[in-house]
Write a protein that binds this ligand. Structure first.
Ligand SMILES: N[C@@H](CCC(=O)N[C@@H](CS)C(=O)NCC(=O)O)C(=O)O
Length: 200
């Protein structure tokens, strides 16, 4: 049994998506971003960074969406979402997951929260730079995932994570107006998948 703290359309989306994909029993706790519930003491006790998602796993809070995604893939190997330890495909899987979390996700953060990096007077330039970084990252990723065969080209969590970043519409109010730059098809996870249809 898992409990996911989420905001609709936020980085918690990929975690919900994975829980549905795996078929894991879970409950959802919605965080009201406008009321800043994620900055209140009770939530900061779960994630001191005051960000979503948090997943309660075996009674303990886990934060950082990429770490949660990798943890779920590891805990539910039957879902086939990540190459097993020791498999050749594990190397590009780890490399890309970390790359996406360290490179693409922060660029998305700059896109969605452009005043954070350099203040409200610089939002236009921050967003423009973020756009360039996002598009370049998607171009590299697209080339990698388009390879029909080869290590890592089909690693599920990696593809799903990318897909989440690409699809992210960040439904909470801060982000709704700022549709992120996206890229083409190879980064997508099929719409027919359960998590893609019903994730929040
Ligand atoms: N690196 C973090 C980033 C999480 C993050 O930026 N979450 C956003 C939603 S997509 C959030 O909590 N925003 C609320 C805020 O910044 O106040 C993760 O992957 O969990």
């Amino acid at each position: 049994m898992y409990t996911l703290y989420y905001m609709p359309g936020a980085a918690s989306f990929v975690v919900h998506w994975l829980l549905l994909e795996i078929g894991a029993t879970h409950e959802l706790r919605r965080i009201d971003g406008e009321r800043r519930e994620h900055k209140q003491a009770s939530y900061l006790a779960l994630n001191p960074n005051g960000l979503v998602p948090v997943l309660i796993c075996d009674g303990r809070p886990v934060y950082e969406a990429a770490a949660i995604a990798m943890l779920l893939a590891e805990r539910h190997p039957q879902a086939g979402l990540a190459p097993p330890a020791g498999a050749p495909a594990r190397v590009p899987y780890l490399q890309w997951m970390l790359h996406l979390a360290n490179t693409l996700q922060p660029a998305f953060r700059n896109w969605f929260y452009p005043d954070e990096a350099a203040g409200p007077e610089h939002v236009a330039v921050v967003q423009e730079r973020a756009r360039g970084r996002i598009e370049a990252a998607f171009d590299r990723l697209e080339a990698h995932l388009s390879r029909p065969k080869g290590p890592g080209s089909r690693a599920g969590v990696q593809r799903q994570w990318t897909s989440m970043l690409r699809c992210s519409r960040a439904g909470h109010a801060t982000c709704r107006a700022r549709r992120p730059p996206g890229r083409r098809s190879a980064c997508s996870w099929p719409r027919s998948r359960p998590g893609r249809r019903s994730g929040c």
